[in-house]
Write a new protein. Sequence first.
Length: 331
Amino acid sequence: MTTTAVPQQGTRIEVHELTKRFGSFTAVDRLSFSVEPGRITGFLGPNGAGKTTTLRMLLGLVRPTAGTATIGGQRYHDLTAPQRVVGSALEATNFHPGRTGRDHLRVLADTAGIDTRRVDEMLELVGIPAAARKRAGGYSMGMRQRLGLAAALLGDPQVLILDEPANGLDPEGIRWLRLFLRHLSGQGKTVLISSHMLQEVEQTVDDVVIIANGRLVRQGAMADLHGEKRAVVRTTDAAALARALSSAGITADPATDGQLDVHTGDLARVGDVALAAGLPVHELRQHQTDLEALFFQLTEDPANRNRNLDGSPDPVPLPGGTPAPTESAVR
Ligand SMILES: Nc1ncnc2c1ncn2[C@@H]1O[C@H](COP(=O)(O)OP(=O)(O)OP(=O)(O)O)[C@@H](O)[C@H]1O
């Protein structure tokens, strides 16, 4: 189907039962998820999980074996002015080394029928106006990432798809990227960024789509990944405090080093219970989720290793969140 209209603000990405096989190898396996406008979504998975292949299918660069990937309800090939709907940066290194960053953008703008005045505006926006007059071959990884971002934004698209945009950025660059993407999502744009590290995008994304072996493992709000709020408390008599907390209706499990793992995020209440029980509090803090461990738990679970199309077990539910939708749930 071909339409003349450019989708308006609030453009959703929908991936439904998307599958890609290379010969007998299944790189993407009946993958279904959606990406909402006005939010930054992290597309996460270990190396080789199928992220780039999925993004390439979304951008019409790889033909799916089965399933659909749409942007604003249309396949990429059906968009009449794709650069104005979706901007993408799949590889930060894909620039002609002898051409300046500015010339690179001018060629892209010319080809897409975009006013070349936007070139300098975008270079200014991503913070490389001076470097853009130098040859891209001499760019650092961070500069290439910024140039890729400027290229993606040329057509002022509603949707931004960035493959590993934080790769090669220093902490300052990552912070800059976070604020920049936040600014764009604040304008109602749909932002999808891939990463092989949950921690790298933890503070950047609102939502996550986590895949392993081409399959969906988890989709939801980043905040929900942390699960139930917990507190860590340390006192002189952990058993006595556990009993006092239990009497107050709060569950507490013994943890290492005489600490208690308390099933509440209400630190003041824990402190009050300890005070009432006459127990000194030597430490009291929110429990921090170990995101690295969580990511491994999610992506290395044996339940996600089976690539057979007919033998897929349900994703493993984790504390405090819902498991990824099963095939029956998305149909
Ligand atoms: N054209 C191809 N032919 C054969 N296999 C391919 C092809 N493209 C990708 N693959 C394989 O599909 C799997 C998924 O690759 P993909 O690049 O999508 O993963 P990824 O999640 O983006 O990984 P990374 O984080 O390392 O970039 C990998 O095992 C890869 O080797």
